[in-house]
Design a protein around this ligand. Sequence first.
Ligand code: AMP
Length: 502
Amino acid sequence: MYDRNHLISQLKASSMGREDDVFAHLQGGETVSFGALFSGAERMAAALVSCGVLPGDRVAVQVAKTIQTIELYLGTVMAGGIFLPLNTAYTGPEVGYFVGDASPRVVVCDPDRLGEISAISGGAEVLTLDAVGQGSLRDLADGQDGFDVVARDPGDLAAILYTSGTTGRSKGAMLSHDNLASNSTELRDYWRFTADDVLIHALPIFHTHGLFVATNVALLSGAKVVFLPGFDPDAILKAMPTATALMGVPTFYTRLLADDRLTRARAGNMRLFISGSAPLLVDTHEQWEERTGHRILERYGMTETNMSTSNPYDGERRAGTVGFPLPGVEARVMNEGAEVPTGEIGVLEVRGANVFQGYWQMPEKTAEELKSDGWFITGDMAKIDADGYVTIVGREKDLIITGGFNVYPKEVESLIDDLPGVLESAVIGAPHPDFGEGVVAVVVPEVDGTSAQAVSEALQGQLAKFKQPKRVILLDALPRNTMGKVQKKALRETYAGIFADG
Ligand code: AMP
């Protein structure tokens, strides 16, 4: 038997003695037991070791979401390796950057991309897994028999997740066994997950949300998952009457609200809807409660810190806020080296067992953002009110400085979103010859909704002149990434020249 501090022993503990119980319901109607999952993972571990994977080696993985991908994650960690998942949308040259940066021993990719990935794999062994979990890695694993988990210390790395890289190059966030195990344990207890839960798992597993929040919390609780390859409203609505929990990004909730089959009766067996990874509109929160009777529980985290704050399970879930720091996590709001008074905006810093070990091979970046006393500068602007609720007001780099004045996009977006005929909005700064930056509002109207002029006029009495958008642009939809985050960088690029003639 191995050390109880090992991530794998923790993930396995609650299903010990229940090996025949179902862990996952797959879309085709098949099920996977806890026993089958962990023995599949052992075979993956043995396959990786047969390819030369040693403790501390990276295993880079760009494959579809299947149970075999979960087995590969667990198998990598069993082998003492470091799991490095990559967004399936990344192109060959993008994967080339990650492989060059992380120098993995093994790269696992879709068989369709074998040629392209082999060309950029450096010295790594390239294996395949397809969208139904078949491929050369599976073949190699199927021929293996059992595996003794490789001992690791709590501070040893279990995963490297690259940040989405909205500014500059992506950075590899190094996450230890203890970072992952401690955070999932806190979340399991805070959100009251038990072996009786049935979690609808529809998130991608190349990201912290689907991989560590959803998968680790379910395994740690011995809960079942309805394992979906991606977001599919039909499948989610079908699963809902017998499920108990859903973890999603805000777009899951807005898209489900657009479906008439979402009713109070259908959500009757559910006990918890969780949202995170991007801001949930107050409007979505309210509509969801009206339709289903449930208040969505919003939480906040990031690749580098796992989850840091959450609205309470029993107490008031306050729309527009991300709740309180989780047990064991400290949070403070700073401005120019000092903590700001209650309710004022500054940069959020967090400290705790959840905070990562630094950026892979970037000691200077690490030193800039992760202080020697353990505080991590998140780069999110936030405020903490007198009751202790944290509100995220946006990324620091999204702050607009116009004529020397700070404009927090969220303040303007919240007012615009409340206007009649507006679905949602994104407020950005664009270079301006007089003001440095000028405020631009990109607005998505409802069907037969508003006009740019109506938005401008409505804001006049509500906002100081410098905060008022100098341009309002109507769009059918905001650009978003797979995690539902609005791509403000793309908007800034599109509208970079909007004030070019003053
Ligand atoms: P990622 O590292 O991809 O998980 O992105 C983390 C970032 O997403 C955070 O730094 C926040 O800017 C944003 N984020 C995550 N959860 C929330 C939330 N509940 N509300 C607002 N922003 C969020």
